[in-house]
Design a protein around this ligand. Structure first.
Ligand SMILES: [Zn+2]
Length: 406
């Protein structure tokens, strides 16, 4: 009877997912540990573990130390040689691609910077070429490709695999699943860059073990990712978490999304650097021009931080303003979500020394005391790779939740 078989397969897949999920969260574990933690019977665990070992997704790594329980069990962990995963980030001015093993260890990496004016076709062609190189690197290591994860800066329809709108790239309706899903012959997962970075920090970074936190990362604008109750919060249509476009100054500066006064017009690097250039044009004294050889187009947040390190007043004032506006927005996020952690990523990491303490002072005043006592401010542990690592996490998460190999 086919319906019964379908149900049995589904139950088996769900049970495999439970086992893989436990091993992803904490490894190594014995079969007895897995039975305890998943609530499955020992015989079910043994039979599924056997299949997962045969599939190469988990492996035995030795004996546990003998406790009061008597006979030591064999410890299990995810098998790094289970397969390879490609993680990719397409963003304003660059494409980053990594190839990892099944435990997300990076085996191969390329980061290509391109002019911000590069058109869409050219960027997609570059991305495809880099994915091809990554896949060949995996094949050279005899690793089967399990999936491709993609992070992009905009509103993503994750069900359809379509980037609906990326204001800072100026792209609309790019159907990545249609373009790449068939081409590379493996599942393609696509996610907003901020959400992907939040996943990366959750699985591999500073927020490991935290189930309620907000990721805030700056590149050109301000990306956000909400991890609530252990899941990326996507909202009704997958478009949640666009904190950069919260209106914080009615009638403020024009944002790339076409509206005025968005949070990223006050703290996003593109807007901040534009402010610096305007101040320089008004004759503000600063050593920033000297640091970029007189070419203001070369000003980056790293340059601003270097200038601040040398005591440059314009740079110090700029960072102090960023801290002020970040602090105010973060206070609102703390009141809304009561997170355990706020993770600052992207170019904010380099500016950490100038931001963390002032932001803490601001939230102590502007957020409600109870949730403020519970929140930690932290810098991303994954740096510029938070999004690509998160893209890899999307694939692992997808396999773990719906183990197509079971
Ligand atoms: Zn906006």
């Amino acid at each position: 009877m086919p319906p019964v078989r379908a149900d049995q397969n589904l139950v088996k897949q769900l049970n495999c997912a439970l086992i893989l999920d436990q091993l992803l969260a904490s490894s190594p574990l014995s079969r007895a540990n897995l039975a305890e933690q998943t609530g499955l019977t020992r015989s079910t665990v043994s039979s599924l573990v056997g299949e997962l070992i045969e599939q190469g997704l988990i492996r035995e790594v030795g004996l546990e130390s003998v406790g009061s329980r008597g006979r030591p069990g064999i410890l299990l962990e995810l098998n790094p040689y289970g397969g390879s995963i490609v993680g990719i980030e397409i963003n304003v001015g660059y494409v980053t691609v990594i190839l990892t093993d099944f435990t997300a260890r990076t085996l191969w990496r390329r980061h290509v910077e391109i002019p911000e004016t590069t058109d869409r076709a050219e960027m997609l062609a570059l991305a495809e070429r880099l994915i091809g190189e990554a896949i060949r690197a995996g094949a050279a290591n005899n690793l089967r490709l399990l999936g491709i994860g993609l992070g992009v800066p905009g509103l993503v329809d994750i069900g359809q695999g379509v980037l609906r709108y990326a204001p800072n790239l100026g792209w609309r309706d790019v159907n990545f699943r249609e373009q790449w899903g068939n081409k590379f012959g493996v599942p393609l997962y696509i996610e907003n860059d901020g959400n992907a970075a939040a996943l990366g920090e959750h699985y591999f970074g500073v927020a490991k073990g935290h189930h309620n936190f907000v990721f805030l990362g700056t590149g050109v604008g301000l990306a956000g990712g909400l991890m609530l109750n252990g899941e990326v919060y996507r909202g009704a249509g997958g478009y949640a978490g666009e904190v950069g476009h919260m209106i914080v100054e009615s009638g403020g500066d024009l944002c790339n999304c076409g509206r005025r006064g968005c949070w990223e017009t006050l703290v996003g690097p593109r807007a901040v650097i534009r402010g610096i250039v305007q101040a320089l044009e008004r004759g503000a004294p600063s050593r920033i021009p000297e640091l970029v050889g007189g070419d203001t187009r070369r000003i980056t947040m790293d340059v601003v931080v270097s200038a601040a390190n040398q005591g440059d007043q314009l740079a110090l004032d700029t960072l102090s303003d960023i801290a002020l506006y970040l602090g105010a927005g973060i206070a609102n996020l703390i009141n809304l979500f009561n997170p355990e952690m706020i993770v600052l990523g992207g170019t904010l990491i380099a500016a950490g020394d100038y931001l963390l303490r002032p932001i803490s002072k601001i939230i102590a005043v502007e957020a409600l005391p109870e949730p403020t006592r519970m929140v930690a401010l932290a810098l991303s542990a994954l740096g510029t790779d938070a999004c690509v690592k998160g893209a890899v996490a999307l694939v692992i998460d997808g396999i773990v939740r719906e183990p197509v190999f079971c």
